[in-house]
Design a protein around this ligand. Structure first.
Ligand SMILES: *Cc1c(COP(=O)(O)O)cnc(C)c1O
Length: 393
C-alpha cells in the first residue's frame, strides 16, 4: 500500500507534507515504520505538552471513553466544570471560561466577546480590533483577517470589517479611535518567528488600554499552559488581560480550545456555543494534562529542564555563528534566527535526516517547541543529532 500516493490522491494539498510514517512515540522520542528513532523538538507544534504515549493521559482518556465521550452542553459536564475551576485558580485571574475546539475558534469567540462589549445602547458601536503585523491568530475567515500577514489574505476576501494592524506594540496607541474596542496580541509571536514582546512595553500598553476602556485580548494559544514556564505567559508578563485564549498544549493532543475572560457576564444563553466544545473527552484529557504539568512545575523539574535546554541552545548559537544570528525566545518556545531562508530550509532537512524534528517559523527562524516533559538525556540526544546536522551545512 503506497500511503503517500493515496494521501496525495484523496487529501487536499494544504500542507508541504513530509511522508514519514510514525508508528509510536515515548515522551520526546518517535519511531517510524522502519524503526528509525527521532527526537521530537516540535511536540506536534506545541500540542503534545506531556509527550507522546503518556501513560497517565492515555489512562484518563481510555477511562473517560469507556464511560461518556459526549453529552452536549445542555447538561452539566463534570470534567469541564472542574477544568474551568482549576484554570481560574492556577491563573490567579478572576475569570470564567468557555470551551471550544481549536485556537482559531477560541479567537473567534474572543472577538465576539469584544464585539458585544462594544455594543452599548444609544452610543456608536465600537468594533475595531487592533492586531500586530506578523501575528498569527488562526485560519477561519475572521481569525485570518485578525492575522497581520497580508499575504495570507489573498483569495479569501471579502473579510469582516474592523481589523487594523500595528507595526509594533508602541504603534498601537496611535491607532486607537472612537471605534476601537480591543487589541489582540501574542506575548511571544510564534508562527511570526518566535518574537517575544518586551515586558515593560506590554505592561505600559495594558495600562493605557485599561485607561481608555479598550479590551486587551492575549492570544495564548501557543504560549499558554506552561510553555513559557508559567501557566500563562500573561502571568510571566504580570499583566491582567480582559480575555485570554488557549488551545495547543491544553489537551496534550486531544483537540480543545478555551476562552478565559474577566467579563464574566458578557454572554447570555444563545450568544455563543459549540457542539463539541468542552465535551467529556477533551476536558477530562485537559484536566489530567493541567494537573500533571502543575505537579511538574511545582517539583521544580520544569524550570530545571528549561534552563538546561536554554544553555544547550545558546551554545549552539555561539558555536554556529556562521549559520545563526542569534538565539531567541523564552521557556520552551525557542528559536535560532538563521542567516537566510536557505539556511533555515537546510537545517530542517538535515536535522530530519539525522533524526531530530524541528520547525520553521517566520522567514528565517528554526523553531523549537519540545514536549514540556522532555528529559535531559532526550535533550542531549536531540542536540547531538542537531549539531551533527549543522556540521553538514
Ligand atoms: C496555532 C495558533 C493559532 C491557531 O490555532 P488552531 O488550533 O490551528 O486553530 C492561533 N493563535 C496562535 C498564537 C497560534 O499559535
Amino acid at each position: 500500500m503506497d500511503l503517500r500516493k493515496i494521501d496525495q490522491e484523496y487529501v487536499l494539498h494544504t500542507y508541504a507534507r513530509n511522508y514519514v510514517n510514525f508508528k509510536y512515540g515515548k515522551n520526546a522520542r518517535l519511531y517510524d515504520e522502519e524503526g528509525k528513532e527521532y527526537i521530537d523538538l516540535t511536540s506536534g507544534i506545541g500540542v503534545v505538552s506531556v509527550g507522546h504515549g503518556n501513560e497517565r493521559l492515555s489512562r484518563a482518556i481510555c477511562d473517560q471513553a469507556q464511560k461518556i465521550i459526549h453529552i452536549s452542553n445542555l447538561f452539566l459536564i463534570e470534567p469541564q466544570t472542574l477544568l474551568a475551576k482549576r484554570l481560574v485558580e492556577l491563573s490567579g485571574y478572576d475569570m470564567r471560561l468557555f470551551f471550544a475546539n481549536s485556537g482559531a475558534e477560541a479567537n473567534e469567540g474572543a472577538i465576539k466577546i469584544a464585539r458585544k462589549y462594544g455594543e452599548v445602547d444609544g452610543e456608536v458601536k465600537r468594533y475595531k480590533i487592533i492586531t500586530l503585523q506578523h501575528s498569527f491568530h488562526g485560519r477561519t475567515i475572521t481569525a485570518l483577517k485578525a492575522t497581520g500577514q497580508e499575504a495570507m489574505h489573498t483569495y479569501f476576501g471579502p473579510f469582516p470589517d474592523g481589523f487594523v494592524y500595528a507595526e509594533n506594540i508602541d504603534h498601537i496607541e496611535s491607532l486607537i479611535d472612537d471605534h476601537t474596542v480591543a487589541v489582540m496580541i501574542e506575548l511571544i509571536q510564534g508562527e511570526g518567528g518566535v518574537e517575544p514582546q518586551e515586558r515593560q512595553r506590554v505592561q505600559r500598553l495594558a495600562q493605557t488600554l485599561r485607561q481608555k476602556d479598550v479590551l486587551l485580548i492575549v492570544d495564548e494559544v501557543q504560549t499558554g499552559i506552561y510553555r513559557t514556564g508559567e501557566l500563562l505567559a500573561s502571568n510571566l508578563y504580570e499583566i491582567e488581560p480582559d480575555i485570554i485564549t488557549l488551545a495547543k498544549g491544553l489537551g496534550g493532543g486531544v483537540p480543545i480550545g478555551a476562552i478565559m475572560t474577566r467579563l464574566k457576564s458578557i454572554f447570555a444563553p444563545g450568544d455563543h456555543g459549540s457542539t463539541f466544545g468542552g465535551n467529556y473527552l477533551s476536558t477530562r484529557a485537559a484536566l489530567e494534562v493541567v494537573n500533571m504539568l502543575e505537579e511538574y512545575k511545582e517539583s521544580g523539574r520544569l524550570d530545571e529542564v528549561m534552563i538546561y535546554f536554554e544553555e544547550r541552545l545558546k551554545n549552539v548559537a555561539k558555536e554556529y555563528e556562521r549559520l545563526f544570528e542569534k538565539e531567541v525566545g523564552l521557556g520552551f518556545m525557542r528559536g535560532l534566527r538563521a542567516r537566510s531562508a536557505d539556511i533555515q530550509n537546510e537545517v530542517l532537512s538535515k536535522a530530519f535526516e539525522e533524526g531530530v524534528l524541528v520547525l520553521k517559523a517566520g522567514r528565517n527562524t528554526v523553531r523549537f517547541l519540545p514536549p514540556l516533559t522532555i528529559t535531559k538525556s532526550e535533550i542531549d540526544e536531540g542536540f547531538e543529532r542537531f549539531t551533527r546536522a549543522l556540521e553538514r551545512i
